[in-house]
Design a protein around this ligand. Structure first.
Ligand SMILES: NC(=O)c1ccc[n+]([C@@H]2O[C@H](COP(=O)([O-])OP(=O)(O)OC[C@H]3O[C@@H](n4cnc5c(N)ncnc54)[C@H](O)[C@@H]3O)[C@@H](O)[C@H]2O)c1
Length: 251
C-alpha cells in the first residue's frame, strides 16, 4: 500500500523540499499550510493534496488530518514542520510575540501529534511523527532566544511523546536545522540587518561563519534527514533530535 505523509508548512522552504523528496520516495503527500495558494502549487506539481490549516488551532489541525484520511484512506507519517521565527533580544519581546511563537511552534506540534496519534492508534499499525526543532533549540542563540525556547519545547514534547506513544508502535523524532536558505531565514536576515546596519547578505555570511562545513544549508539538506526519519531505516530510533547544521553545535 502506498504510504501517506502529511507535511505542515509544506508550501515553501524546508517543508516544500521535504514534500518533493517524500513524493520522490514514493509517498502520497498532503501539504497542510496556512497559505493555501502556495500549498496548492506545490501539491499540484507532485500529484499531492493541499489543505488549509492553522496548526496553532487544535480543531483546524484535527479537521485537516481528517480530510487527508478521507482522501487517501490512511496515514503513515506526520511531519510537524510549520513554524514561525520571531527575532530580537529577549528584552524586546512582548506578549503577542510569546503567544504566537508558542501557539504555533509548540502548540502546533502538540495538536499535530494528538491528531496523528489518534489516527495511528485507530489503524493499529503504528506510525511516525517527525517534528521541527532547531539548532537554536539545542543551545541558546543570541537574538532568537524566544524562538529558540519554543524549539527546546519541541525537543521536550518529542521525548515525552516518544515514551507515551511507544506502546502504540509510534515513533517520535525531531530534526534540528542550522540556518537553511528559506524565506524564513531571509526574513530574519533582513530584520537583523535593519538593526545592525549590515546588508542581509552580510548577515547570512555571518551565519555561515560559525558552520564547520562553511556554508548555510539548502532546504534539501534538511529534507534528506526528514526522508531518512520517515523511512523504515529509522524504525529503531525514537525520542531523538537529529542536528542538521553542518557542524555548528557539537552535542
Ligand atoms: N530556515 C531555517 O534556517 C530553520 C532553522 C531551524 C529550524 N527551522 C524550522 O524549520 C521549519 C521550517 O522552516 P522554513 O525556514 O522552511 O520556514 P518558512 O517560513 O520558509 O516556511 C514556513 C511555512 O509554514 C507555514 N506556516 C506558518 N505558520 C503556520 C500556521 N500557523 N499554520 C499552518 N502553516 C503555517 C507558512 O505558511 C510557510 O509555508 C520551521 O519550524 C522552522 O522553525 C528553520
Amino acid at each position: 500500500m502506498t504510504k501517506v505523509a502529511i507535511i505542515t508548512g509544506g508550501a515553501q522552504g524546508i517543508g516544500e523540499a521535504a514534500a518533493r523528496r517524500l513524493a520522490k520516495d514514493g509517498f502520497k503527500v498532503a501539504i497542510l499550510d496556512f497559505n493555501l495558494d502556495l500549498a496548492k502549487e506545490v501539491a499540484d506539481s507532485i500529484d499531492g493534496f493541499a489543505v488549509k490549516v492553522d496548526v496553532s488551532d487544535r480543531e483546524s489541525f484535527f479537521q485537516a488530518v481528517e480530510k487527508v484520511v478521507e482522501k487517501y484512506g490512511h496515514l503513515d507519517v506526520l511531519i510537524n514542520n510549520a513554524g514561525v521565527a520571531p527575532s530580537g533580544p529577549l528584552m524586546a519581546m512582548r506578549q503577542n510575540d510569546l503567544d504566537k511563537a508558542y501557539a504555533v511552534n509548540a502548540g502546533g506540534v502538540l495538536w499535530g501529534m494528538q491528531a496523528a496519534a489518534e489516527q495511528f492508534i485507530k489503524q493499529g499499525n503504528g506510525g511516525k511523527i517527525i517534528n521541527a526543532a532547531s539548532q537554536a533549540g539545542v543551545v541558546g542563540n543570541i537574538g532568537i532566544g524566544l524562538y529558540g525556547s519554543t524549539k527546546f519545547a519541541v525537543r521536550g514534547l518529542t521525548q515525552t511523546a516518544a515514551r507515551e506513544l511507544a506502546e502504540h508502535k509510534i515513533t517520535v523524532n525531531a530534526y534540528a536545522p542550522g540556518s537553511a536558505l528559506t524565506p524564513m531565514i531571509k526574513k530574519s536576515a533582513e530584520e537583523i540587518s535593519q538593526q545592525s546596519g549590515q546588508t542581509p547578505d552580510e548577515v547570512l555570511d555571518m551565519f555561515a561563519k560559525g558552520v564547520t562545513l562553511g556554508r548555510l544549508a539548502q532546504p534539501e539538506d534538511i529534507a534528506n534527514v526528514i526522508s531518512f526519519l520517515a523511512s523504515e531505516d529509522a524504525n529503531y530510533i525514537t525520542g531523538q533530535t537529529i542536528i542538521v547544521d553542518g557542524g555548528t553545535v557539537f552535542h
